[in-house]
Design a protein around this ligand. Sequence first.
Ligand SMILES: Cc1cc2nc3c(=O)[nH]c(=O)nc-3n(C[C@H](O)[C@H](O)[C@H](O)COP(=O)(O)O)c2cc1C
Ligand SMILES: [Fe+2]
Ligand SMILES: [Fe+2]
Length: 395
Amino acid sequence: MHQVNLAENIYYLGFNDRRTHLFENLWPIPYGVSYNSYIIVDEKIALIDTVEHSFTDDYLSQIEILTNGRPVDYLVINHMEPDHSGSLKAIVTKYPQITLVGNKKTFDMVANYYKVTANTLEVYDDSELPLGTHRLRFATIPMVHWPETMVTLELTSKILFTGDAFGSFGTLDGGIFDDELNLAMYEEEVMRYFTNIVGKYCPHTQRALKKIECMDVKMLAATHGPIWRSNLSYIMDRYEKWSTYTTEIGAVIVYGSMYGNTAKMADVIARQLAVRGVKNIRVYDASKTHASYIISDIFKYKAFIVGSAAYNNELFPSVETLLTKIEHTGIKNHLLGIFGSFGWNGGGVKNLQKFAETIKWELVGQPVEEKGTLKTEKFEQCIELANAMADKLLG
Ligand SMILES: Cc1cc2nc3c(=O)[nH]c(=O)nc-3n(C[C@H](O)[C@H](O)[C@H](O)COP(=O)(O)O)c2cc1C
Ligand SMILES: [Fe+2]
Ligand SMILES: [Fe+2]
């Protein structure tokens, strides 16, 4: 393997996963994901996080090469999620004298997930750990995106090891540092990673950003995706934007439709938005496009217009599932429009109205509900809904 230096005696030690279909068994990763660990070889040797358990054998071999067979003294645990703590037990077994470094929330998780006992060192905000030439300083960033998450700053190189913060889906296909790869290829994956994994905790992300902005940082080394050393503002600015729910002018239109009646209404609304000058319009069939992509676009654009066919007195199931996920993200500051088709006594729009009450986004225009296929009167109402939304979006 190539040795990848972040700075003198600080190495990248990560693996590409192109096999897993769903991250957290939930989110599609067509471009895979990397699990990034790091090692600092000094008078004392410190690992920063580990990797997903299926890479453990290779991981241990790489550590032996980089340490020249010396034992590892510390394992800094920035994050306990198993995609990073997956090799923890193997590390403790191989290096029984090792000291686990974490905060007061960490060690309870170590015991509960791995039934491991080891030496521990509890650290706090601004605690320091000397390794020789290198020195580590810690700061907790709770709920970005677990309770125990923290970041670790190496003071001589000014590298901040950030755990999942600033991470991305997508394997590292040769390029590991931001300046070695085409960032355009990561644009969507960086955003999906944030919106799917971290996006529920935007207020916590804001607090974490405030802490990090006070640090003297030259490189951001996350546990997934590229290492940011040339273009830190690329990722910092995006985190600032997304975690404050700052959106662009545009609309995401999603529908659930069995026989195309609700889909037709979506197309009418989309067309009228375009006629009015809205350029960013995405129309999705909730049964086909995974919520991962839809949620990402909702973070991007100000308006969300959702339609549902009535289905056994309820929402169409794929719409219901999507709306539940959206509620769970806690995303704020959006405009909402609703529509649907029914055949007997409804169930779609009625439940979309309940969603509107729960989510507390600004309901724009009148809900449009058609019986069966779209006819002149409801066509006009779809146009009015689109016009009302365009007025709000374009000001
Ligand atoms: C399995 C099934 C369940 C349905 N349940 C309801 C219902 O509870 N209430 C209602 O008004 N219409 C119900 N309908 C009728 C549809 O909502 C109606 O045909 C609507 O126009 C379908 O829109 P679509 O073409 O977008 O799928 C149901 C239809 C099907 C096939
Ligand atoms: Fe995580
Ligand atoms: Fe992770």
